[in-house]
Ligand binder design. Structure first.
Ligand code: PGA
Length: 249
């Protein structure tokens, strides 16, 4: 039995005061929520949000991290620094990292392994571009990103991995994949996990959907057999839009 996992990716939004206000509203809005929750604020907001969500049912996540533990990497943020702030989860391979900042599968794989080594949960994002979907390559792209993202990760570490399928054409565009289309990719990805790690692991792994998830489509998406939660961007920026998604069902 998989638990639903709803994550809010705040991207590059909010000041400390705004972040504290939102975190406070989410803590009270979700305190009786039944699912697993996460907020992922910018690095500069982590120290503000950490004490507010500590001891609640909301996990603290970061949106990225360096592939190296520490050293001469100007502008990067290390896994040690994230752990020091109480970060429990890190989002890796988000499409904005892949496409705007040219992160490739090998780099993302290195980050995933480093996160796991340090006991952080990793949300590994995958998803195809519109032209890849139109060329009939959506499944192949997602398969490649999953296989390469997980390269060298043993089954014993898989409990620290969450997958997030985010079709790039659906992110921040108001276009959502239909529940059926999303579920088909989720099923394909679960099958990839079965081939790599066996059916029992495939049955356990959480696969979130992301891309214009809103209160009015969340329940339909998550009613699908292979959709185990959501990675929410725009609608995660206000408690009044995130709480209804997080408390769907
Ligand atoms: P969106 O973003 O909900 O604004 O489409 C999702 C994401 O990028 O994680």
């Amino acid at each position: 039995m998989r638990n639903y996992y709803i994550a809010g990716n705040w991207k590059m939004h909010k000041t400390r005061a705004e972040a504290a206000a939102l975190a406070g509203e989410l803590v009270s809005g979700l305190k009786d929520g039944k699912h697993k929750y996460l907020v992922a604020p910018s690095f500069t907001l982590l120290e503000t949000v950490a004490p507010l969500v500590k001891g609640t049912n909301i996990r603290l996540g970061a949106q990225n991290m360096a592939a190296e533990e520490q050293g001469a990497h100007t502008g990067e943020t290390s896994v040690l620094q994230l752990k020091d702030l109480g970060v429990q989860t890190v989002i890796l391979g988000h499409s904005e990292r892949r496409h705007l900042y040219k992160e490739d599968d090998a780099l993302i794989n290195k980050k995933v392994k480093l996160a796991l080594q340090h006991g952080l949960e990793a949300i590994l994002c995958i998803g195809e571009l519109l032209e890849e979907r139109e060329a009939g390559k959506a499944e192949a792209v997602c398969e490649r990103q999953t296989v390469k993202g997980l390269e060298g990760i043993p089954a014993s570490s898989l409990s620290g991995i969450v997958l997030a399928y985010e079709p790039v054409w659906a992110i921040g565009t108001g276009k959502t994949a239909t529940p059926e289309d999303a579920d088909a990719i989720h099923a394909c990805v679960r099958n990839v996990i079965a081939k790599l790690y066996g059916q029992a692991e495939a049955d356990k792994i959480i696969i979130q959907y992301g891309g214009s998830v809103k209160a009015d489509n969340a329940a339909r998406l998550m009613s699908k057999e292979n959709i185990d939660g959501a990675l929410v961007g725009g609608a995660a920026l206000k408690a009044e839009s995130f709480v209804p998604i997080a408390k769907f069902g």
